[in-house]
Each structure stands twice: as structure tokens, then as C-alpha cells.
Design a binder for this molecule. Structure first.
Ligand code: FAD
Ligand code: NAP
Length: 308
């Protein structure tokens, strides 16, 4: 029986593991289906993590975290968690392949994943010109023109990153106003090789067997524009990864908001004793690395208090 099972190994899960093991919990396993680090690993520029003076990529920021967290006994199992269910007073963690683990406490840190925008050709050309990761794919478009879809922090920050590599970046946004931070909007407006295509949607992406050849946009008045770009980066928000909480009968293990976020109190406690949620998965998450890490620490300290 584990003292603590942590589901997800982004900033929240890793920090929960650090605090739990350093605080004396013995059997703590972090189940992370990929490399630890979380979604920030896809970011090309992070400049708001406290204490870091220079701008780092997400990978650079997260690189030291696993080693630090595992120094105190945290174990990482690289496997997908299928679901977490009640087992009397405890929890059963059901893993891919049917294996099961039992835990006295569980912290859910599964974060979020990029949404699909839903235009024609998005699925067909995904990975062949349609991308959700500028750090991963931006270099393929060196000195070429690309499009970016979305008007939030991610879209604008990644458009700025792409504008350093690509000859031109078109930002397509469905409204006049941006959701991103004002300073980021300002930087975008001052960047010479970024053109804004506002009040517009992507009608479709077209191409051939080799990949994307262009993007057709349409504005609110029905005017179409044909952008001859070989790539489009879509940043249209995130889906909350709450599937692990789904039970056989379709209900969820604990209370969720209408948007699917886990409802927690200020101690990261959910509606179920011994079950906690931390980071982007929880209600009203500021969706910041520093906040996810803080949540993870708070949840772990609660588990320690419960066990001692
Ligand atoms: P995540 O980082 O989403 O980690 C969740 C982890 O859980 C993932 O590693 C995933 O593989 C794993 N997982 C999910 N489901 C399962 C399962 N069933 N079984 C096992 N493992 C599972 N924040 C900032 O503070 N500054 C920035 O500059 C910034 N830039 C960003 C740029 C981009 C492009 C993006 C996408 C986000 C950015 N953010 C930024 C937000 C930041 O990345 C998140 O707030 C933070 O990563 C949330 O951490 P988390 O641990 O809650 O979740
Ligand atoms: P977001 O804030 O939800 O923005 C999504 C954008 O995509 C919005 O502009 C939205 O338009 C648009 N959109 C949504 N669905 C669309 C569709 N089907 N077609 C076209 N456009 C669509 O998502 P995000 O930018 O990924 O940010 C997620 C969270 O992470 C936010 O809380 C953000 O602040 C945070 N984050 C922070 C930083 C940072 O601190 N530096 C960096 C990145 C992300 P509307 O505006 O019209 O709704």
C-alpha cells in the first residue's frame, strides 16, 4: 500500500513528490505517462518563473526538477493511469495494461492538453503542417511564412517566438480584442513581421501528400483570404485532463465544476477524504508553473499532516 500516489508529473506532481518525500512519507510513486516536466516543456520562452533572471525554454526550466525531486525517495513510474477508484477507505489506481496499485492518499496533477480548433483539414494535416508546438516544429519553417491561430497568451507568445525564426507570422483571431496579457499584445503589435488578421476564422487548411500548402481564412463579413503558408500553429486553449476520475458508471470520483475542473478548497482537498488535486486540473487555477508547484506543495503537506 502506497502512502501517496501522484498522478501526473508536471510542475504540480513533481513538487508534490518533493515535499511528500522530504516531509517523511516513505512510499510515494509519481505515475507520469511521459517524461516528467509537463506541458511547459512545449514552451519556447519562460520569463515569469521567480528567481530565474534569463529567459529559458520550458525544457531548460524543467530539466533539474526530476533529479531534485527524486533525491529524497520519490519514485517515477512511466505509465498511464486509466482511473482512480475508491477501495474501502483507500484508493485503487488502475494502470494501463491492467496493473493495479493501492494508495492511502492520491494527488491528481494531470493538468491539461491543447484543444483542437475544428477547421477542415486540421486532423488530416496534423503533424504535416498543423502543429500545437512552436518549440518542436518552428524550425521547420525557418525563413518561411506561417500562420498562428488564437488570441490568448500561448498564441501571442508563440507567435513572437516564431517571428524570430520565420520571415512572417500571420495571427488569425476571431475577435478584435486579445485575451493575452497587455504587455504581450503590445510586443506583438510592435513586431514588424507579424500581421494581425482579426475578426476572422480559419475556413480550411489545404495541401497535398507532402503537407500544408495554404490556409483559407474568412472574416465576419464573409471576405476570404488565401494565405500561402506551409504551416499553421493552433493555440486555442486547453482541455482539462479529468478522465482518470471517471468511474465505471460514468460519474466522477469527486466533485467537478461545470467546466470539468476539480473542485478543491484552499488545502487542495477535493470532496473525497484523502483525494487532492493540484495545478491546472483544479478549479480557478491561474495556469502558471509557479502556482502549479505551489499547489503540489500544499497538497503534499496536507497528506503529511493526515498521515502523521
Ligand atoms: P501539466 O504541466 O499539464 O502536467 C500534467 C502531466 O500529467 C503531464 O506531464 C501529463 O503527461 C501527465 N498526465 C496526464 N494524464 C495522465 C495520466 N492519465 N496518467 C499519467 N500521466 C498523466 N506558465 C507559466 O508560468 N509561464 C509561462 O511562460 C507559460 N507558458 C506556457 C506556454 C505554453 C505553450 C503552454 C501550453 C503553457 C504555458 N504555461 C506557462 C502554463 C504552464 O505550463 C502550466 O500552468 C503548468 O505546466 C501546469 O502544471 P501541472 O503540473 O498542473 O500540469
Ligand atoms: P486561452 O487563454 O483559453 O485562449 C484561447 C484562444 O483561442 C482565445 O483567444 C480564443 O478566442 C481562441 N479560440 C478558442 N477556440 C477557438 C476556435 N475553435 N477557433 C479559433 N479560435 C479559438 O488559452 P491559452 O492561450 O492556451 O492559455 C491557457 C492558460 O494558460 C491561460 O490561463 C493563460 O493565461 C495561461 N498561460 C500563461 C502564460 C504566461 O503566463 N506567460 C503563457 C501561456 C499560457 P476568444 O478570445 O475569442 O475566446
Amino acid at each position: 500500500m502506497l502512502d501517496l500516489a501522484i498522478v501526473g508529473g508536471g510542475p504540480a506532481g513533481l513538487t508534490a513528490g518533493l515535499y511528500a518525500t522530504r516531509g517523511g512519507l516513505k512510499d510515494v510513486v509519481m505515475f507520469e505517462m511521459g517524461m516528467p516536466g509537463g506541458q511547459i516543456m512545449n514552451s519556447s520562452e519562460v520569463e515569469n518563473y521567480p528567481g530565474i533572471k534569463e529567459v529559458l525554454t520550458g525544457m531548460e526550466l524543467m530539466e533539474p526538477w526530476p533529479e531534485q525531486c527524486m533525491r529524497f525517495g520519490l519514485k517515477h513510474e512511466m505509465i498511464q493511469v486509466v482511473s482512480v477508484v475508491r477501495d474501502g477507505e483507500h484508493f485503487k489506481v488502475i494502470l494501463a495494461g491492467g496493473k493495479e496499485e493501492f494508495a492511502k492518499n492520491v494527488i491528481i496533477c494531470t493538468g491539461s492538453t491543447p484543444k483542437r480548433a475544428g477547421f477542415d483539414g486540421e486532423a488530416e494535416f496534423f503533424g504535416k503542417g498543423v502543429s500545437t508546438c512552436a518549440t518542436c516544429d518552428g524550425f521547420f519553417y525557418k525563413n518561411k511564412e506561417v500562420a498562428v491561430l488564437g488570441g490568448g497568451d500561448t498564441a501571442l507568445e508563440e507567435a513572437l517566438y516564431l517571428s524570430n525564426i520565420c520571415s512572417k507570422v500571420y495571427i488569425i483571431h476571431r475577435r478584435e480584442e486579445f485575451r493575452a496579457a497587455p504587455s504581450t499584445v503590445e510586443s506583438v503589435k510592435n513586431r514588424e513581421n507579424i500581421e494581425l488578421i482579426l475578426n476572422s476564422k480559419v475556413k480550411n487548411v489545404y495541401g497535398d501528400a507532402m503537407g500544408v500548402l495554404g490556409v483559407l481564412t474568412v472574416d465576419n463579413d464573409g471576405n476570404e483570404r488565401d494565405l500561402k503558408v506551409p504551416g499553421i500553429f493552433t493555440f486555442v486553449g486547453m482541455n482539462i485532463n479529468n478522465e482518470v476520475l471517471k468511474q465505471e458508471d460514468g460519474s466522477y470520483l469527486c466533485e467537478l465544476s461545470k467546466a470539468g475542473e476539480v473542485i478543491v478548497d484552499l488545502s487542495m482537498k477535493t470532496s473525497v477524504e484523502g483525494l487532492y488535486a493540484a495545478g491546472d486540473i483544479r478549479i480557478l487555477a491561474p495556469k502558471q508553473v509557479v502556482c502549479a508547484a505551489s499547489d503540489g506543495a500544499i497538497a503534499a503537506l496536507q497528506v503529511i499532516a493526515r498521515e502523521h
